[in-house]
Ligand binder design. Structure first.
Ligand code: NAD
Length: 482
């Protein structure tokens, strides 16, 4: 079995903890994909001090020179796409085509930010002094701590590390343990690209130890976090306490609204894709389906017919459409929510069980699950489940649909299916979500556009595209008197 060490100051270094974590295949739980170490807090501190030392030289390079390292990393990742995607599928369960798509996305993000090294970084602002020139320029924030979840183990680390680097920051990265082998592969690509020592560092371990040390370490100037809202709150409060810059991207309870004039087949396909692909383990996954009553029977019948055709299994098999939950813990959370839904009085119309036949007992598989008669006061209508569970809600019109859609603490992504332009415009204006999508599934992002949520889904900052600049740099206002 391969053991992956920490990556500190350009070297793979073993931890002194003497404790290891085995990353297992959630589709085949006796298979260990690889092993990483539970590191000690002082090892994170060491990584942070190397990142701090590397800062000045890295910052002094031109954006174009930093971009060359990202282009090189992109080429290496691209050449290893098949291998890394396969590891991802084995480690966290998403199907191989999805894993390949995500890895290709990682390559594209690296190239996008490589090009960013040559784009504008400030504005000239008219001064009231006729003899002065006033302008803004961007300064890196310094050492950036990167804390990521397991559900997009290539794309999320890259969409944080690439902008951090291009804008002149150095990085200390802590991936989620459940995806730590895939993360190590990504770091191998940065290593092979020959980045100067200390510019990117990775330390594995528990969130409460290594993640918390990133939050608390005074050598780390900014923290970018993606994960649950529960952990996000800890990260944000800790960062605020010591004056570090922070950015949080968290959960969702994303609705799709289907109006009576919608293309129903399109809406059904998008609901299934948005809600059940990746086993519902996307922050942008559809979890509530709000349908106008006149089309409710037709929509539901078509939805059920297609959901029944879904093949669940090992994501490496070409005929698998949906893989397992990432872990036993996640599987149990999903099964608990299914029980909660039943006890709350929702009607289970499909699925609801762990799958145990045909060898599936060797993994954490759960049926695609659909509830109807769900009301907004129910926990399954309010809380993020992070599993393949859809809650159907019947409404009389768009106004009621929007009231229900907005009646949650989260506001990440939302979509509507309609052919009526007025309804599209109302939805764009009235839906409280960072990403509003018309006739497209709730999951799905483009790397060149801002990504992030409203309400409890985010710290109200945005990632990706040009928006990333706001977090990874500080604005300096320059006044030059002639
Ligand atoms: P999580 O909050 O359990 O863990 C996220 C990361 O935080 C992990 O690396 C973990 O080790 C670390 N962590 C845990 N405790 C910590 C602490 N005290 N201090 C610092 N770090 C700590 O989330 P998860 O289960 O890995 O991921 C699923 C969640 O991520 C879902 O809620 C999902 O919606 C969210 N997510 C959000 C987005 C987005 O961009 N909005 C994208 C993907 C996933």
């Amino acid at each position: 079995m391969i053991q992956y060490a920490n990556y500190i100051n350009g070297e793979w270094q073993s931890s002194n903890s003497g404790k290891t974590y085995q990353s297992i295949n959630p589709a085949s739980i006796n298979e260990v994909v690889g092993e990483v170490e539970y590191s000690l807090a002082e090892e994170l501190d060491t990584a942070a001090s190397y990142a701090k030392q590397a800062r000045t030289d890295w910052e002094k390079l031109t954006g174009a020179a930093r971009g060359q390292y990202l282009y090189k990393t992109a080429d290496i990742l691209e050449s290893r796409l098949e291998e890394i995607a396969e590891i991802m599928t084995k480690e966290m369960g998403k199907t191989l085509p999805e894993a390949k798509g995500e890895t290709a996305r990682g390559v594209a993000i690296l190239r996008y930010y490589a090009g960013e090294g040559l784009r504008e970084e400030g504005d000239v602002i008219p001064s009231t002094d006729a003899d002065a020139l006033m302008l803004t320029k961007r300064a890196p924030i310094g050492v950036v701590g990167v804390i990521t979840p397991w559900n997009f183990p290539v794309a999320i680390p890259i969409w944080k590390i690439a902008p951090a680097l291009i804008y002149g920051n150095t990085v200390v990265f802590k991936p989620a343990l459940e995806a730590s082998v895939t993360a190590a592969k990504v770091i191998e690509c940065f290593n092979e690209a020959g980045l100067p020592n200390g510019v990117v560092n990775m330390v594995n371990g528990e969130g409460e130890v290594i993640g918390q040390q990133i939050v608390d370490n005074p050598q780390i100037n900014g923290i970018t976090f993606t994960g649950s809202d529960k952990t996000g709150k800890i990260v944000g409060q800790g960062a605020l306490n010591r004056g570090a810059k922070y950015q949080l991207e968290m959960g969702g309870k994303n609705p799709v609204i289907v109006t009576k004039d919608a293309d129903i087949d399109l809406a059904v396909d998008a609901t299934i894709s948005g809600g059940l692909r990746s086993t519902g383990q996307k922050c942008t996954a559809t979890s509530r389906v709000i349908i106008e009553e006149s089309i409710y029977p037709t929509f539901t019948e078509k939805l059920l017919k297609k959901v029944k055709e879904i093949t669940v299994g090992n994501g490496l098999h070409p005929d698998t459409w949906m893989g397992p939950s990432v872990s036993e813990k996640q599987l149990n959370t999903v099964l608990d929510y299914i029980e909660i839904g039943k006890n709350e009085g929702a009607t289970l119309i499909h699925g609801g069980n762990r799958l145990m036949d045909n060898g599936l007992d060797q993994g954490f598989f759960v049926e695609p699950t659909i509830f109807e008669n769900v009301t907004t006061d129910m926990r399954i209508a309010q809380e993020e489940i992070f599993g393949p569970v859809l809650a159907l809600m019947k409404v009389k019109d768009l106004e009621e649909a929007l009231t229900i859609a907005n009646d949650v603490d989260f506001g990440l992504s939302a979509s509507i299916f309609t052919t009526n332009i007025q309804k599209m415009l109302t939805f764009i204006d009235d839906m409280e979500a960072g990403m509003v999508r018309i006739n497209a599934e709730s999951a799905g992002v483009e790397l060149q556009a801002p990504f992030g949520g409203m309400k409890k889904s985010s710290s109200h900052s945005r990632e990706q595209g040009q928006a990333a600049k706001e977090f990874y740099t500080n604005i300096k206002t320059v006044f030059i008197k002639g």
